[in-house]
Structures are given as C-alpha cells and as structure tokens.
Design a protein around this ligand. Sequence first.
Ligand code: F1P
Length: 354
Amino acid sequence: MDNHGLHTFNEIMSQPSVWQATLEELSPQLDPLAQLWAEEQFEQVIFTGCGSPYYLALTGAALFQSLTKIPSQAYPASEIVLFPDMVFTPYKKILLIAISRSGETTETIEAVEEFQRRGYSHVLSITCHADTRLTRTTQHALVARHAHEHSIAQTRSFSSMAVLVLALAELVSRANTDLTPLVPAVDQLLTTYQGLARHYGEATHIERFFFLGSGPQHGIAREAMLKMKEMSLAYSEAYHTLEFRHGPMSMVNEHTLVIGLVSEEAAQQELAVLADMRRHGAHTLTIVDQLTEDADEPPNQTIVLNSQLPAWARVILYLPVLQLLSYYKAMASGLDPDRPTNLDAVVLLKSLRS
Ligand code: F1P
C-alpha cells in the first residue's frame, strides 16, 4: 500500500525535465524530416495508434491540418487494418504517422504493414524506445527516449510524444515558434495546481467526471478521460464541448465535475456550456490560458495555463494537472494507479488478419 502510485506520481511530476530533455534532442531528429518533407510534398497525413496514442493522433491531426493546411486525419490502428478502404485515398502522397509508447502494439504494427502493402512507402514512427518492432519497420522515427515509464497508464510518455508532434507541426508549417516555454509552464502548473487536483480527487461527493474539449483540445480531453478510467475506475466521459448539451448533460447532477479545456478560438461559447452546467447543479473546473475580466467562472475553480505560447502550441499543457486529478482519485479510492485493473502495458494479439 505504501508504494501505491509511486511510479505514476513521479512520472507525472517529472514532465518538466523530461520535456526539456526531449526538446534538447530534437534537432538531429528533425533535420532528416525537414529534408523528407521538402522532397516528398505530402498531400495527406494520417495519424494512428491505439489507446492513448490514438487520442494523441486526434490532437495531432487537428492541429496539423489547421497549421499546415495539409489534409490530416486520425484513425485507431485497428480501423486501418480492418477497414482500409475507408481510410486510404488512392494516388495521394500519404505520410502515415504511427504513434506507440512501446513500439510493439500489434494493431499499430499491422496498420503500418497494411499501408506498406498498398504501395505507400513513407511511415514516421513516434515512440519512447529507439529499437522496437515499429521503428524497425519504418524509415523515419522520432523518439522521446527519456519518457519511457514503469507505469501502465501513459502520462509523461503521452505528453512527451505530444511535444514531438508539436515540433513536427512547427517544422512543417514554418510557424517559427520556440517550444521551450512549455517547460517552465508545465513546471508552474504542476506546482500551482497540485493542491486543486488533490482537492477534487479526494472529494467524495464527486462521482462523475466529464472532460470537454473542442478542436485540438478534444484529443486531450479524451486522454484525460482515459486516465481517469484506467487509474481510478471512476465514471468518466469526454465530449466535444458544445456536443455536451445534446444529450449527455442529462447525466449532470451535484455529484458531477465538468472540466472544460477552454480554447482561445471558441472561449465564449465553451464558457457558456460550463455556466449552463453549473445551473444544472454540476461543479465545474475551467482551464483557460489567461483569465479574462468578464469571465464569470468561480476563480478557485479555474486553472490558468499562462503559457506565453500560441494556441496550437499550448495544447499539451491542459493535461498534466488532469493526470494528477486521476492519480488522486485512484489513491482516494484505495486503488494503485501504477497497476490499472485488467490492463497490461502493451496489447499483443495474434494477427488481426488471420
Ligand atoms: C497503447 C496502449 C496504452 C494503454 C494500455 C494498452 O500502447 O493502448 O495506451 O495504456 O496500457 O496499450 P502503445 O502502443 O503506446 O505501447
């Protein structure tokens, strides 16, 4: 019992130094990709993965298309294997970006094989280990080698691979954005809001968690939802923010915490959803980049990112305090966040095609 959650906690809290190390090792990894991009002029980018990496794929595709204007989609790897005609557009120059912490997940590797079987040649793997089945099948790789984990639930691995996705989007779009302010920003967030995460994690009257995020924030909301399920077994769901009024809000009551990952572009409409949910009796936790003077959300229930970064580059900052929330909920429920129920670190299957 004494060591419950030790790995998970340390891995969450180590994100500032691990992101820093990831950023420091970027240049030699990105240089060949800059050349590849100049030579290939990709017409479509498909992101894939399973579980947490699929949610990173959703965020990656959303911000990649917005920034680079290259059509970008995300699919779970199993959908690519089982329904390839739904995914691939013939005659297009496609780059497949396969994300996997372990680099060993069967479905992700088979999605790559399906892509290659159809005659496409360029796959970029994003992992936390340099030598894996996945990296051996792909010609291009980005590796967050400091982010590997003892825990089963992905925390710093997800966020560090997200930093790699951000760096790639920055490179391809020539956004000319320095990503290093992410490091002091995540450090500040974990220090400032650890108490708030603990407060809501230990609040016995909160039984349902809803994570709302739109645009690139949606994948992050889904990942926060998954962390809550994996670590704490608490009821948790994620929705596109304005979709929440279209049925799911029936589930809202005074035992509900609605967490809004509020964007810059749609802040007014998203804050209005949270205000509606407070009127229905929910508690709300609002995550914004900066406080606005006319905001009516309760100040003690607001997380301010204060990122000093453009909207697309700050997307990963919404997550770390929510990882802590799941950790504290699990601990308060007498569970070990290091050992999620029924889960292994990697899902290895017999071939999906046999
Ligand atoms: C993907 C994954 C994890 C999940 C679980 C099973 O692994 O689905 O997201 O937490 O432990 O595996 P990977 O492909 O990133 O190694």
